[in-house]
Ligand binder design. Structure first.
Ligand code: ZN
Length: 411
């Protein structure tokens, strides 16, 4: 699921992170959105800086408004977010900032849209406030709601802590007590991720019992800012208005998902890329696509909607037809043949048809060449004669090598 920062490559070294939501998924986030600097490992940095040219054919389509492969939302082109940031318009008074964000409302995820609607309503009552002032104004009521939920979950955890040893029970009690104090101190001192990690640490050496799993499931129910409006408002009320506005959009931004995850030998290659929103991309992480399907069965429909649109682009010459053939084969393979997309509307040649029928995702030489040629489509194609000549050259070289090996063996 690695998210290579399409819009971030300008200022890679200054990615920021606040060790909460984003860092959980090791997402490079918008510069200025977060506070502390991420320390990238060399490997992560390599990955983050890999902006392979083979992404380009897809990135060029962002501006037409692609829908997410998983959740189906119309995704926001990264350039839009960059230019919003550069204009600093989101630091203006709320009514003006609302006006700018309005056109992205349908792209927002549920919590973000709820928060946006609240900002819009509140901006009518307080036209002189900016986003930050509005969130600060409504923070107390949401803090109360959030604390009720958090303390309720702590109660459930203590109630369910039965079949565990007394040392673990003691540790849980202490941890909860500490975290409750942090919550009551306010100032966003409570860190959900820290709590969940510490909580898991208590069970690190115990077997996978039903009680352990149940307890961890409960801890994971603590509200997050991407699933709970009050958690969002409490967390972001201390940020500046621009960060708040950008955060409403960033999870809906168009990113490139590796169909076969990188840690499962998925290549940085056009034929392994599918457009997906930042949220769906980061939530899948490196997990099998079948799990993503279980969590989002609407994907069966949404994936087809995206492919239909990409087929239109391919038929119009805006995208390689091979991409459609290869990516749908890859999706089918990666989803254990669960997600078989219909590409009958694609105007295929016979070779594409054969490849599709075989569900073959290995690239032959011609396709590799074709891929290399993709970004520079204006370059003149080699003639058939020239290509045959080249192939013969390779064949002859191989033959000679083979002969040489044989003769050395005889000696
Ligand atoms: Zn999505």
């Amino acid at each position: 699921m690695r998210i290579t920062p399409v819009i971030f490559n300008i200022a890679m070294s200054s990615y920021k992170n606040n060790h909460t939501d984003y860092s959980q998924y090791r997402l490079p986030v918008l510069n200025g959105l977060q506070r502390d600097t991420i320390s990238f490992t060399a490997k992560e940095k390599d990955r983050a800086e890999d902006v392979s040219p083979s992404r380009k054919p897809l990135e060029e389509l962002y501006k037409y408004g692609l829908s997410c492969f998983c959740c189906g939302r119309t995704m926001i082109p990264p350039e839009d977010i960059t230019s919003l940031k550069n204009s600093h318009v989101l630091n203006s008074k709320a009514p003006q900032a609302v006006k700018v964000l309005e056109k992205y409302r349908n792209s927002m995820h549920t919590v973000e849209r709820d928060v946006f609607d609240t900002l819009k309503e509140e901006s009518k009552k307080h036209p002189d406030y900016d986003f930050r002032q509005i969130l600060q104004n409504i923070k107390p009521e949401h803090e109360t709601k959030l604390i009720k939920t958090q303390f309720g979950i702590f109660k459930l955890i203590e109630l369910a802590s039965t079949n565990i040893n007394s040392e673990q029970k003691k540790q849980i009690k202490e941890l909860i007590q500490n975290e409750k104090e942090k919550i009551l101190q306010g100032d966003n001192k409570f860190r959900r991720k820290y709590f969940v990690n510490q909580f898991k640490e208590i069970f690190k050496d115990s077997k996978n019992t039903a009680t352990k799993e149940h307890l961890i499931r409960l801890a994971n129910k603590l509200p997050t800012s991407y699933e709970n409006k009050s958690a969002f408002i409490v967390k972001y009320s201390s940020r500046n208005s621009e960060d708040i506005g950008i955060r409403l959009l960033s999870y809906s931004m168009c990113t490139i998902e590796h169909v076969t995850p990188q840690n499962k030998q998925g290549e940085n290659h056009l034929f392994n890329y599918i457009p997906e929103c930042m949220r769906c991309n980061s939530f899948r992480q490196d997990r099998p696509m079948i799990q993503q399907l279980e969590e989002h069965p609407e994907m069966f429909y949404n994936a087809q909607t995206l492919i239909d649109k990409l087929i239109d682009f391919a038929n119009d010459g805006k995208l390689s037809k091979w991409y459609i053939v290869k990516i749908t084969s890859r999706v089918s393979k990666e989803s254990d043949n669960m997600l078989n997309l219909d590409i009958s509307r694609l105007n295929m040649n016979s070779k594409m048809r054969k490849t599709f029928a075989k569900q073959d995702i290995e690239l032959d030489e011609d396709e590799q060449n074709l891929l290399k040629e993709l970004p520079k489509q204006t370059a003149p194609q080699k003639s058939k004669k020239e290509r045959i000549k080249e192939k013969l050259k390779v064949l002859r070289a191989n033959k000679n090598q083979h002969k040489e090996k044989k003769s050395t063996k005889r000696k």
